[in-house]
Design a protein around this ligand. Structure first.
Ligand SMILES: Cc1cc2nc3c(=O)[nH]c(=O)nc-3n(C[C@H](O)[C@H](O)[C@H](O)COP(=O)(O)OP(=O)(O)OC[C@H]3O[C@@H](n4cnc5c(N)ncnc54)[C@H](O)[C@@H]3O)c2cc1C
Length: 399
């Protein structure tokens, strides 16, 4: 049976899906009752909370003003009201993971947001003003708008790395379930995820080697703060050439970076001899060795027992099953994995909007983090609810 009483379907209940749902509910308080949200996890931000717990992340990297609610100060006010502290790191005010989780729950309750249908969307078809969404459990929903918020891309594994259960991406690591004492561990990557993994494993006494492709790069946030305001976004928005925009995104994101506090913690461990750090040592091969895994890191060869790849995510719309289906029927240009969406994040004039990191050609290199997700959410809310003017827009003129 086809459900036809739905106005908006949101696919993906992570922070990007939540930011868009909250923006819509702010723009039109009655709309939440006419929305359906689907995600196989069956709840809001289940994957996010789970990832923070697995990687032992106790506070966010981004400042307390970055979150899924349209009012930038609402997280700070909420934490002060309920007595949950923030942390000060390198002179920045950052929300704790617990405070963020508490805030998210309060936003969902306050806006009476819909529960999450525990299913994956597997297909989408668009007619002139209707979108039909097919779920894995066989259900079919017809709606006026579809918001695709399905995440940050696929885990990036460098070429030359064998498929072996002892080689895992950071996303698959749970620091609460460490390998046995004495396991020789190699962590690959120079970003904050690598730092979290090294700190967690080293504190349990495991012998850890950290291998970086180049040298350490220190940055407070994942991209330069100039990308969160007019300093860089104005020029980006004025650039008509999508190839140049794609270069700007790649350049701004660069390789992995650590905030100063994490870099200092790694330096302390290295100085104490608790970890081994290999700089300028890209992982070029990892194969099954005599006892463990034989790895080649630049010119260095080693044997280790496990490899954790903190090598980030690749944005590739073709690897997104749902959007690949849509792309087969409504082709739009794609630049190195990122689709060329309309200014309101619509897919080639259809009523399908894409939020999160795949909206980077419109929103810039922060599209996939909390700040960019909120900017994307506001663009979509303005398209769905004409006349909506989020408070932040007045400050930045950039949404
Ligand atoms: C370790 C880590 C820490 C981070 N910390 C920060 C931070 O402090 N500040 C910041 O701004 N950013 C941070 N980020 C970046 C970014 O905010 C997160 O990656 C965030 O989770 C991205 O949100 P999202 O909603 O786009 O994707 P996700 O959180 O991945 O959510 C996507 C959802 O879509 C669902 N889904 C996928 N396919 C389907 C389908 N076919 N049907 C239905 N549902 C589907 C998934 O189950 C998932 O729940 C961090 C990222 C990582 C990896």
């Amino acid at each position: 049976m086809i459900r036809t009483d739905v106005e908006v379907v949101v696919v993906g209940a992570g922070p990007a899906g939540l930011a868009t749902t909250v923006a819509l509910a702010t723009a039109d308080p009655g709309i939440a009752q006419r929305m359906t949200v689907v995600d196989p996890s069956g709840g809001w931000l289940i994957d996010w909370h789970d990832r923070m717990a697995r990687q032992g992340i106790r506070h966010l990297r981004s400042p307390i003003t970055h979150h899924p609610h349209p009012d930038p100060l609402s997280l700070q006010r909420h934490c002060a009201r309920v007595g949950l502290p923030h942390v000060m790191r390198d002179g920045r005010r950052l929300p704790t993971t617990a405070g963020f989780e508490h805030f998210v729950a309060s936003v969902i309750a306050k806006h009476d947001l819909p529960g999450v249908v525990p299913a994956a969307a597997v297909d989408v078809a668009v007619s002139r003003d209707r979108v039909t969404v097919h779920l894995a459990d066989g259900a079919v929903i017809a709606c006026r708008r579809l918001i695709v918020a399905t995440g940050i891309g696929r885990p990036r594994i460098p070429p030359g790395v064998s498929d072996d259960p002892r080689i895992r991406h950071a996303e698959a690591i749970d620091l609460r379930d460490l390998p046995p004492a004495g396991t020789r561990l190699l962590v690959v990557g120079g970003g904050l995820s690598a730092a979290h993994l090294v700190l967690g494993a080293a504190s349990a006494g495991l012998p850890v080697t950290l291998a970086l492709r180049g040298r350490f790069q220190v940055r407070h946030f994942d991209v330069d703060p100039g990308w969160m305001g007019p300093k860089y976004l104005r020029g980006f928005a004025a650039e008509p050439d999508r190839t140049r925009r794609r270069w700007a995104i790649a350049e701004a994101r660069g390789g992995g970076t650590m905030p100063p506090w994490a870099r200092q913690a790694i330096a302390d461990l290295e100085r104490e001899g608790a970890i081994d750090v290999l700089r300028n040592s890209p992982l070029v091969a990892a194969d099954v060795g005599e006892q463990g895994l034989r790895v080649r890191l630049g010119a260095v060869e080693r044997e280790v027992d496990e490899i954790w790849m903190a090598t980030g995510f690749a944005q590739d719309v073709c690897a997104n099953p749902l959007l690949a289906r849509l792309s087969g029927r409504h082709t739009i240009p794609v630049h190195a994995g990122i689709p060329d969406l309309d200014d309101d994040l619509a897919w080639g004039g259809t009523p399908v909007h894409v939020v999160g990191s795949l909206a980077a050609l419109v929103l810039g290199p922060t599209a996939g983090n909390l700040h960019g997700q909120r900017r994307g959410a506001h663009r979509v809310a303005k398209a769905v609810v004409p006349g909506f003017a989020p408070a932040e827009e007045v400050a930045h003129h950039l949404l």
